[in-house]
Write a protein that binds this ligand. Structure first.
Ligand code: EPZ
Length: 415
């Protein structure tokens, strides 16, 4: 699928099921390599990044079997360290996690260049810091990254910035190292805890000692286990924002309301009614919502991965809103596309100022995953049809987004 036509139908109403979390599924799938036996991983989202990760695992020699729509059995018994850099890693940001897994399993390995959404540079110095601290040699070349180590030894590492990816690599490389590793300034995202939950069930000894501190006592062996991935908080938030932007009523089922509390708090502040159940959240927008201030922060702050969708919502609001991006300072490229719809947005350094108004349908090109979701939301809230190009980005992280938007009554036609 490369192009979508969006015909606005007014308020989006209805209920959608939330799939498994992309950002939990990817590290957990890669962590299966560290076990001595098979793992059965359930609630995997049907998205391109998961398919790619499973393909890479199979190419490494893992036996990958599909058990049902969302469940795969991965047996890493016959996996071996890659001889050459795996080219598929270039299509995936999470491929950086193979570095920690390769070190823990084989003591060496290499990946191609690291892919993913382009936010104007995505450094890996903190990944290198933690892997080196544990005793690995890390070589970054034009073609990718190579790691090797004689022996991984537990140690203390203080991250200079909170990084989801570097935290994952720290955990994966320390889990079978000798002694104890303490990660200070580690990420606190629910997907990190899900990875910890999976590894502990396999026999690892990892615990959070505080919001940003993780203690890992290395173990010699880990067996595989059966594990179900947590729901995707970003997918859930995206559909709630779509409901709010179209003055509709949307319920997302199968989500942990605590994970999206930073969003639901904002939606309430903006004038929406929000109802939280044990595993579902509903939003009802009685009319246009009011502009507000958003500032992205690592969890439990407002997630950067909902920033573009919130900007789209602010375009439809009464009054002015501001969005300050503290994680990816260049994550505003999509605002050019929103301007094609008549959005009144100005970006200065890390902050976008959005004056709410009326959007009109336009032709737009998707620059990255979450921006794609934002443009889709804006198109549903606009007057007149929109054409969206390069929508393959959206398939990387949203399972059946055309079908799920359809469940809410949206008219989205793939070309
Ligand atoms: C993960 O990326 C997510 N990707 C991103 O989601 C998400 O935006 C990001 O975390 C923040 O929540 C996956 O989980 C696969 P970081 P990651 O390392 O791990 C700086 C999506 O749309 N930094 O937490 O790459 C970095 O520049 C994607 O689903 C360093 O300085 O993000 C950024 O400012 C997009 N040095 C901040 O830390 C490093 O070595 C956070 O990055 C690493 C990061």
């Amino acid at each position: 699928m490369n192009e979508l036509i969006i015909h606005p139908v007014g308020a989006l109403r209805g209920s959608v099921p939330v799939s498994g979390s992309k950002n939990a599924a990817l590290p957990i799938l890669i962590a299966t390599l560290l076990c001595d036996g098979p793992s059965v991983i359930g609630n995997l989202p049907g998205i391109r990044d998961v398919t790619l990760t499973l393909r890479i695992l199979a190419r490494l020699g893992c036996t990958v079997e599909q058990m049902d729509d969302t469940t795969y059995r991965i047996d890493p018994t016959h996996a071996s360290a890659p001889i050459s850099a795996e080219p598929l890693t270039e299509r995936l940001r999470a491929s950086a996690y193979f570095l920690g897994a390769f070190l823990g399993r084989f003591g060496r390995g290499r990946i191609g260049r690291i892919g993913g959404c382009d936010f104007g540079g995505r450094p890996i110095d903190q990944h290198i810091k933690v892997l080196s601290a544990l005793g690995a040699t890390v070589l970054v070349t034009e073609d990718g990254v190579e790691v090797c180590s004689e022996e991984l030894k537990g140690t203390s590492v203080s991250f200079d910035t909170v990084s989801v990816g570097a935290t994952v690599n720290g955990i994966l490389s320390a889990v079978r190292a000798s002694g104890e590793t303490v990660l200070y300034g580690a990420a606190a995202e629910p997907h990190i805890d899900d990875l910890i939950g999976y590894l502990n069930r396999c026999g690892a000894n990892i615990r959070r000692a505080g919001q940003n501190e993780i203690r890992i006592r290395g173990v010699r062996r880990m067996r595989g286990c059966s594990y179900s991935v947590i729901p995707d908080m970003i997918e859930a938030g995206t559909y709630l924002i779509a409901g709010a932007a179209t003055q509709g009523a949307v319920r997302v089922r199968g989500v942990n309301p605590a994970h999206i509390a930073p969003l639901t708090r904002k939606l309430k502040e903006m004038g929406a009614d929000v109802d939280e159940e044990e595993q579902a959240v509903s939003v009802f927008a009685p009319g246009r919502l009011y502009g507000t201030r958003i500032e992205t922060q690592p969890y439990p702050g407002f997630p950067t991965d909902l920033q573009p969708q919130m900007t789209a919502l602010l375009c439809t609001c009464i009054g002015t809103g501001t969005v300050r991006e503290n994680i990816w300072r260049h994550r505003f490229r999509y605002t050019e596309e929103l301007r094609r719809m008549g959005a009144n947005i100005s970006v200065r350094e890390d902050t976008a100022t959005v004056v709410g108004g009326v959007l009109t349908g336009a032709e737009m090109t998707v620059p990255d995953l979450r921006a794609g979701a934002a443009l889709l939301i804006a198109a549903c809230a606009a007057r007149g049809d929109s054409h969206l190009y390069d929508v393959g980005w959206i398939e990387r992280g949203y399972e059946d987004f055309v079908g799920k938007m359809g469940m809410l009554g949206a008219s989205v036609t793939p070309i």
